[in-house]
Write a protein of this length. Structure first.
Length: 287
């Protein structure tokens, strides 16, 4: 199912009375939910609607905290200045001794996604190897799809990722990486496949200017994780609400806007492949 139109989305929320049972002020401290600009950096209305729905389910206010970089969200989470965060599998495997896996989104029927490498649709570039000595955009140094996997691929092919491209830069957001290639600001980019596929539904005029030239194996989808000191009872409640979101009509409308099937319970082993790549590329960080 394609993401619903803005009008249909708003109509669904109003018909269901989202926020009608929003917790009264002072009943509980807000739950601080950290996110990065993967898909939601310019969608304040959606975030307000999701916060209202989560608040009603949890019986306490929910406040989204947005930062431009994965590292900023991770640092807040590890310092218990956030309660919950939606992060990438790469920082999760680096800190899973301190973070608790709450839920993993399901996309196209699985809690999995792929990394994509893209190039301009009209450039004639058809392989990652053809991007040698070109201008390349990374999404974030703490991103699996936007940094770790492409570097692992190049290393496995006997290439030095730091010398392969003529020049590289960070866009600090997968949609921005897609836009950089679409507008000719980069010859290629490493992006989250879920993000590219979702943009292809919402803004095909942009993704039509790009071509996917490499698809990775399947990896565990970027997870939702709890801060080190979040009480067990709150972790259990959060997991139940997220996994049960598909059973609520407003919850399903919110998921449709995210282009997700739902949230699922998963084990840390789902991210073993990412952990193995990180160990191979950065052995000093895992000694």
């Amino acid at each position: 199912m394609t993401p619903m139109s803005r009008r249909a989305f708003v109509t669904t929320l109003l018909a269901a009375g989202v926020g009608a049972t929003f917790p009264a002020r002072g009943t509980a401290p807000p739950l601080r939910f950290g996110i990065t600009p993967v898909m939601l950096d310019d969608r304040i209305g959606f975030l307000n609607a999701w916060a209202a729905w989560l608040s009603a389910q949890l019986g306490r206010p929910v406040r989204f905290v947005q930062r431009a970089r994965y590292r900023e969200i991770l640092d807040l989470l590890l310092r218990d200045q956030l309660d919950l965060a939606w992060i990438c599998g790469y920082p999760y495997v680096q800190h899973q001794d301190r973070l608790t896996l709450i839920a993993v989104p399901t996309f196209q029927g699985q809690p999995l996604y792929r990394a994509y490498v893209i190039a301009g649709a009209d450039t004639g570039i058809e392989t990652l190897e053809s991007l040698q000595d070109r201008l390349f955009a990374w999404s974030d140094p703490d991103s699996n799809s936007g940094y770790l996997y492409p570097r692992f691929y190049l290393s496995g092919a006997g290439r030095d990722p730091d010398r392969f491209f003529r020049r590289t830069f960070f866009t600090w957001g997968h949609p921005r990486s897609v836009m950089a290639v679409a507008e000719g600001l980069a010859d290629g980019a490493a992006v989250d496949g879920y993000v590219w596929e979702t943009l292809a539904r919402r803004d095909p005029a942009m993704t039509d200017k790009t071509r996917v030239i490499l698809r990775s194996p399947l990896f565990g989808f970027p997870p939702l994780v709890a801060a080190p000191n979040l009480p067990d009872a709150e972790r259990v409640r959060l997991r139940a609400v997220l996994v049960g979101q598909t059973r609520d009509p407003v919850g399903r409308a919110l998921l449709a806007e995210l282009n997700l099937d739902g949230f699922s319970v998963a084990e840390p082993a789902l991210f073993d492949d990412i952990a193995a790549m990180a160990r191979q590329l950065n052995p000093r960080d895992h000694s």
